[in-house]
Design a protein around this ligand. Sequence first.
Ligand code: GAL
Length: 415
Amino acid sequence: MKKIALGLSTVALALAAANSQAGEVEVLHWWTSGSEATAINVLKKEMEDAGNTWKDFAVAGGGGESAMTVLKSRAIAGNPPAAAQIKGPTIQEWGDLGFLANIDDVAKAGHWDQILPPVVSKVMKYDGHYVAAPVNVHRVNWLWANPDVFRKAGASIPTTWDQFFVAADKIKKAGFTPLAHGGQAWQDATLFEAIALSEGTDFYKAAFIDLDDDAIKGPKMIDALTTFKKMRQYVDPGFSGRDWNVATSMVINGKAAMQVMGDWAKGEFTSAGKKPGIDYICVPAPGTSGQYTFNIDSMAMFQVDSEDTQKAQKDLARLILEPTFQEAFNLAKGSIPVRLGMPRDKFDTCADSSMDAFNAASASGDLLPSMAHGMSVNSMVQGAMFDVITNFFNTEDMTAEQAADKLSRAVKASL
Ligand code: GAL
């Protein structure tokens, strides 16, 4: 029997409309770092300017795991927020449970089918109808580096993982932390995914999209796991549990040389007043220059009774795709606009290269949904992968072969 997504069988029974006040939208999100808060405040202000009341429902925790847990309990209680940051296949899971509201009229008026890349619009629809509005495109496979630390260590910016370890040894010898990392499951998965991506697009697709068992426990996976485990030698002793933005600040402050993280990290560099190419370097994660793992944030709308709230939801959806919001939000967030044909002049060189890479990867077939950010698999498979990846990283005597085997079994059990 098909397992019910999200383990929410009881939720469907408890389904009740959200009871928000007139013209008020309660918005669930996990954007609590400095740059994330600046970015979401753009939307809050635009909503207020349009005469609506914004009820902020922020649940701290990068990657959104805690936010999703809170959302489930609110839904089970029959009181979901009017809008929530839900991404990728999870939108389908909530759609299956009958929670989401149809916003086709807004999409039609705003020509969303024309202004969005098909790879995006497909995900925003449930059963052929728009239920969510996309805000951005994040590239996940980035390496962020502090050039000053590299200079002091006499190291060069790596373009392969072999070069990464050569540079990391020099940096360590010079007294810096080579890799700024936060030991949280989603950050471990973000780092691991970048390494696995360098094993090739075919492998990535087989392992993280098609869930092909031969790929999941095969030699390329074992190779990627081996490289991943080696990273343990290059993080500082305090890495466990660290928030991603604290890790980014280590690169900003010159305590650490590098971070492998999606371009929300750039938001932190920007809000610290740092300039790309001068104060920091953005390059594709080693071995992945032609590839692009994408992470698209979106706001899904929940069914509500109040007509005023319904109107406010439509304002929210409409404003999200307007050029003004797309520009201001993405400048602060570190991502690029999801709306096609936006002027590039205000965007920096990292965003420029992300835009070029998105187009090139889309043409070459190397545009890939991020597993670590809930784009490629549902939340059950993702959770199973996270558990094995993190466990392996933190268990000294587990071999890569054992981890690959565990991964294969965990994925099968979650299907
Ligand atoms: C991702 C999200 C990004 C970013 C990051 C860290 O899942 O898509 O927008 O904020 O988490 O919180």
